[in-house]
Design a protein around this ligand. Structure first.
Ligand SMILES: Cc1cc2nc3c(=O)[nH]c(=O)nc-3n(C[C@H](O)[C@H](O)[C@H](O)COP(=O)(O)OP(=O)(O)OC[C@H]3O[C@@H](n4cnc5c(N)ncnc54)[C@H](O)[C@@H]3O)c2cc1C
Length: 515
């Protein structure tokens, strides 16, 4: 069966539902971790099969419709989960080729050097990683090239770089430039956000309003589908099986013996020499926890840490309104502020990072203000500059993914670092007011905001307190690696996806998946 799947002339996307597929490396998930791994393996000589639950994201008019996306939830295709309080919710992650990056905001910062060390907060310890920033540095550069990152490096906390940003920063629109100028007048040092967009000469990106949280109709976002998965399957050795859900990791004597999956109601067995889980931090943990049946302790879980230490960032939308003329914002996601990222004289704890968001509209915020007429919300959001304040979420064992005896998936999470986060929101609001936006509205995000999920199979050298080793191989199973955001030891206060990609490149480069 494997001959029909691999080789020159076979389709990159596997057709039909073969009963058994054999390969050298089986990768579960085609998101940032999975697709980057497949791309990095494309010329290794290994036969690589990527198994993806979702299909290619549809290209259609509704891609750019706030109503279809936010009111009708047209692309919300994650399973329903139950919160610690028993309330059911649909998390904000997505099953498409490219995973959540199909809808992401495409802001791709590196973590800072200090994020890899220990930081003590009132709410707990952000532990040191067993790898350093320097171990990832060259791979951050490679990931920035792969994902078309535009930036200026003017962030005052920008870590050491051996390579410049591959592309020029995305210019601010005039009202954002004016805001940046006024912030500089307050001693704040705004910079251009590192954005993954195809603004190369002849690139497709038109800098529209419908980028962050939307699927790009023009294939112009630097996402894992376009930049990694599609190029990877052009060669003979990487194949993608869409609409295929892995339900179980089967183990035998200290190794993975196979994966059980289903496609269009038919069962498929995948046999490989090596296996990579990259299903996203929540789904990877749920898959491991449910793989040995109800009541079992879970696969690769001798430490009892699988599913624990879930992190998501503590986040708030901060919208500053300047009544008066409509400034006609279009693509206003270009400005970042890191002045309070590190502890300092006025900040005993790191407070976090602030970024401009994809433009809010009345429809996007209607769910948060259901009593307000949409026309009023539209009036405000046309005049608002919208920021996103994010603070590090500390890993706690009780913040975790669990799978109940009946198979239902539960997420226990209480946001951490609310003190530093409140201070960050206060400073952002104050800076906006002083800069001429007198009305400021804030909205803290809840458990549904899982987009920056990480940490459920953390990396470490001690097999009793961590799930994977510094090379991301599970301590328990010789031929199983975890290469999505599950391996994070701490979350920092920067968006996670570039670190997921850089780490996948690092692990492939080390040769462990092919040697
Ligand atoms: C709206 C939104 C905005 C975001 N903005 C940013 C941003 O600006 N910057 C940033 O850095 N990050 C952002 N993120 C987060 C970013 O997308 C994630 O950090 C990143 O995609 C994580 O990569 P991953 O490989 O861990 O998981 P994913 O990219 O989510 O990939 C997991 C893949 O596994 C598949 N899968 C799951 N279960 C199974 C199964 N059982 N069998 C087969 N396949 C399975 C899924 O369908 C999915 O394709 C955003 C996310 C969202 C939702």
């Amino acid at each position: 069966m494997s001959e029909a799947v691999f080789g020159p002339g076979t389709p990159g996307v596997v057709e039909g539902a073969p009963e058994t597929v054999e390969c050298d490396v089986a990768i579960v998930g085609s998101g940032m971790g999975g697709a980057t791994t497949a791309w990095a393996l494309r010329e290794s000589g290994a036969r690589v099969l990527v198994i993806e639950r979702g299909d290619f994201a549809p290209r259609e008019y509704q891609n750019w419709s706030p109503r279809a996306v936010f009111r009708e939830g047209r692309y919300k295709n994650a399973d329903t989960w139950v919160g610690g309080d028993g309330r059911r919710f649909t998390p904000g992650y997505y099953h498409f080729v490219g995973g959540s990056t199909k809808l992401y905001g495409a802001t791709l910062p590196r973590l800072r050097e200090a994020d890899f060390g220990e930081i003590r907060y009132e709410d707990g310890l952000s532990p040191a990683w067993p790898i350093s920033y320097e171990d990832l540095e060259p791979f951050y550069g490679e990931a920035e090239r792969l994902y078309l990152v535009h930036g200026d490096g003017a962030d005052p906390t920008e870590p050491r770089r051996s390579t410049a940003f591959p592309y020029e920063p995305i210019p601010h629109e005039p009202p954002i430039e004016k805001l940046a100028e006024r912030l500089r007048g307050q001693g704040i040092r705004p910079y251009h956000l590192p954005q993954a967009l195809d603004r190369r000469a002849g690139g497709n990106c038109v800098l529209c309003r419908t980028c962050d949280a939307y699927i790009c109709m023009l294939d112009a976002k630097g996402d894992a589908d376009l930049c990694a998965m599609r190029p990877a399957i052009e060669g003979p050795d990487v194949r993608l099986m869409t609409r295929t859900t892995v339900a179980r990791v089967v183990t035998e004597g200290g190794a993975v013996a196979g994966l059980e999956a289903s496609r269009d109601g038919r069962r498929i067995q995948v046999k490989a020499k090596r296996y990579v889980l990259a299903a996203g931090a929540m789904s990877t943990a749920a898959l491991l926890l449910s793989s040995d049946g109800p009541g079992g302790g879970g696969v690769a879980n001798s430490s009892g840490q699988v599913g624990r230490n879930y992190m998501a960032h503590t986040c708030t939308f901060v919208a500053g309104v300047r009544p008066g003329r409509d400034p006609h914002f279009v693509y206003h996601k270009t400005m970042g502020i890191s002045d309070w990222y590190e502890a300092g004289p006025g900040t005993p704890f790191p407070l976090g990072n602030i970024q401009s968001l994809g433009k809010l509209t009345g429809t996007t915020i209607k769910a948060a203000r259901p009593w307000a007429p949409t026309a009023i919300l539209d009036w405000f959001t046309r005049r608002s500059v919208d920021l996103f304040a994010q603070t590090e979420d500390v890993p706690l064992p009780e913040n975790r993914v669990a799978v109940e005896a009946d198979g239902s998936k539960r997420l226990h999470w209480r946001p951490t670092n609310l003190g530093p986060h409140g201070e960050l929101v206060k400073r952002a609001s104050g800076a906006l007011r002083k800069a001429g936006y007198p009305l400021v509205f804030t909205q803290q995000l809840g458990i549904e905001a899982t987009s920056h999920q990480s940490g459920t199979a953390r990396m470490g050298t001690d097999p009793t307190t961590s799930v994977v080793d510094p090379g991301c191989r599970t301590h328990d199973l010789d031929n199983l690696w975890i290469l999505d955001s599950s391996f994070f030891c701490s979350s920092g206060a920067m968006n996670p996806a570039l670190t997921v990609a850089a780490n996948a490149l690092r692990v492939v480069e080390s040769g462990v998946l092919t040697g």
